[in-house]
Ligand binder design. Structure first.
Ligand SMILES: Cc1cc2nc3c(=O)[nH]c(=O)nc-3n(C[C@H](O)[C@H](O)[C@H](O)COP(=O)(O)OP(=O)(O)OC[C@H]3O[C@@H](n4cnc5c(N)ncnc54)[C@H](O)[C@@H]3O)c2cc1C
Length: 492
């Protein structure tokens, strides 16, 4: 059996026309109550209660809408505990199937379903327990837990996690790829706080992975992305204290001021004055065709630095067309950033109400920068942005602060010395306009590509990048390849 990720494809020789042996193996090793759903075309007896096929809908399992998921798994297994995962892995290894685990289903390219025909998809969603140990400040989470409920539950004990902003994304894919969020400047990536994992290896053994037990896997699984080496079933994570308050200042300009504002944002990031500012401060910029917005966020109650930064920003830019200033408690902030616009305050209820999470028709690209974008490239960028129709958004986020003080070889995440990243996202309204919008996205991305480091963040995975190992792993690629080779040699 091989564990696959984005491009660990190959093995098309494994494609089969008949999965009878798999059906037999799974039905003899899994409890009767475990849902295993097959494509109807592969079942001899479609009415058998043992072999279900009528709910086989792979598209429902991915948050990505659109035609990018073009292959069919042999089976979807709904695991309820690590035992089920072990049994599925044993069948897969015996019969030479590829396995892909699916936790939150939020991979940008639908990779929770793999990328190869006739694989086995293990849906981990039911393994979603959340245990908080308030005495030692750690949390133990089943691999199928989603970020939103974790934010909610930890907050009840006056803790939180330093994770990203979408409440519905899965903990597992997010943490394995790094996990970047608003507290990154203060507490690093979510993967920096992983203390231990439980996982099923290719032999079907349940192993513990930490600093002393399987140290190479412990290194690799913190930042190299999901779908590699093992199926993770559980995380133990060091929790952090939630900010006592979130102060938020946002200022918006119309496109005629775009260049000046973008230059100001970058000069603030690269300016010594700002980089010496506390890690409680985050400067984010959103660029769209219709406007540019800079947000200054402060995670704490102090006023001085927050106000000083606002004044610094506004000193050399045209007067904004709109400004907004507000403060929120941490949980409200997290849910607002997830796009939950409800003031009822019962955030848990909102999550429970939305058992079916939203799906998105989008395509994204990402680039890291270690110097400001040149004036010439900004002109090109603004010009190309104006040339398309529809919704395209560029999100500029700093990747410095505490995150960059952790030694680069501490975990597999290789990009601790870059100043900021840009995420380029297009959201086509329908299939018809998808091609045209993708082309627009490419044009805008290419305008500032040469100014970038040409590296990107694996959690914003993009199947179109050339030389993906270098783009996502840079100096860590050889170590990751060695780990893969060692495991194959040891049969794990
Ligand atoms: C709306 C949205 C907002 C986002 N916001 C942020 C953000 O703020 N910050 C950020 O850093 N990222 C963000 N992301 C990216 C997100 O971190 C990744 O897409 C992440 O992979 C999602 O994890 P998942 O478990 O939902 O994904 P899945 O699609 O289930 O899995 C992703 C990958 O991990 C593998 N995998 C899943 N489960 C396991 C397992 N148990 N063991 C081993 N491998 C496994 C899958 O096979 C797949 O390759 C966002 C994504 C979306 C769609």
């Amino acid at each position: 059996m091989t564990f696959t990720t984005a491009s660990y494809r190959a093995n098309s020789k494994l494609a089969r026309t008949n999965n009878d042996d798999l059906q037999t193996c799974l039905s003899s090793s899994l409890p009767f109550s475990i849902r295993t759903i097959y494509p109807c075309s592969t079942l001899a007896n479609q009415n058998s209660s043992r072999y279900q096929c009528d709910h086989f809908n792979v598209n429902e399992l991915s948050s990505v809408r659109g035609g990018r998921i073009a292959h069919f798994p042999a089976v979807i297994v709904y695991a309820t505990d690590s035992n089920d995962v072990q049994n599925v892995v044993k069948c897969a290894t015996k019969l030479n199937y590829i396995i892909n685990a699916r936790s939150g289903g939020h991979s940008y390219e639908g990779y929770c379903l793999g990328s190869i025909y006739n694989n086995i998809v293990i849906n981990m969603e039911a393994i979603n327990y959340i245990h908080i140990n308030q005495y030692d400040g750690t949390g133990t989470f089943g691999a199928g837990a989603r970020i939103g409920p974790i934010y909610y539950r930890t907050y009840q004990y006056n803790y939180t996690i330093n994770a990203g902003t979408c409440a519905w994304m899965g903990l597992t894919g997010h943490a394995l790829g790094g996990g970047q969020g608003f507290l990154g400047r203060l507490h690093g990536l979510l993967s920096d706080n992983i203390l231990e994992m439980k996982a099923v290896n290719a032999q079907g053994e349940l192993i513990t992975i930490n600093k002393t037990h399987e140290p190479e896997l412990y290194w690799a699984l913190r930042g190299a992305g999901g779908g590699l080496f093992v199926v993770v079933t559980e995380f133990k994570i060091r929790l952090v204290k939630p900010p006592s308050l979130v102060r938020h200042f946002s200022s918006t300009w119309y496109p005629n001021a775009a260049k000046l504002v973008m230059q100001r944002y970058q000069s603030l990031l690269f300016d010594d004055q700002i980089s010496n500012f506390s890690n409680k401060l985050v400067l984010r910029m959103d660029v769209e065709k219709t406007h540019v917005e800079i947000s200054i966020l402060y995670f704490g109650i102090e006023f001085d630095e927050f106000i000083k930064t606002i004044l610094l920003l506004l000193a050399t830019v045209p007067t904004p067309n709109r400004i907004n200033l507000y403060e929120q408690d941490w949980l409200t902030f997290v849910y607002k950033m997830s796009g939950i616009d409800d003031d009822s305050g019962d955030h848990r209820q909102l999550l429970l109400d939305r058992l079916t999470y939203p799906t998105y028709r989008f395509k994204a690209k990402h680039l890291f920068y270690d110097r400001p974008i040149s004036s010439h490239s900004l002109d090109k960028f603004i010009d190309r942005l104006a040339s398309g129709d529809g919704q395209i958004i560029m999100i500029f986020i700093p990747w410095d602060g505490y995150l960059s003080t952790i030694p680069v070889d501490e975990t597999a995440f290789p990009y601790r010395h870059f100043k900021f990243g840009i995420q380029f996202i297009v959201r086509p309204n329908d299939e018809q306009h998808e091609k045209q919008q993708m082309n627009w996205l490419n044009q805008v991305y290419l305008a500032v590509y040469n100014d970038s480091t040409k590296h990107a963040y694996i959690n914003y995975i993009d199947r179109d990048v050339p030389n993906w190992m270098n783009v996502y792993y840079h100096t860590h690629q050889q170590r990751l390849i060695n780990i893969q080779h060692m495991r194959i040699k040891r049969g794990k």
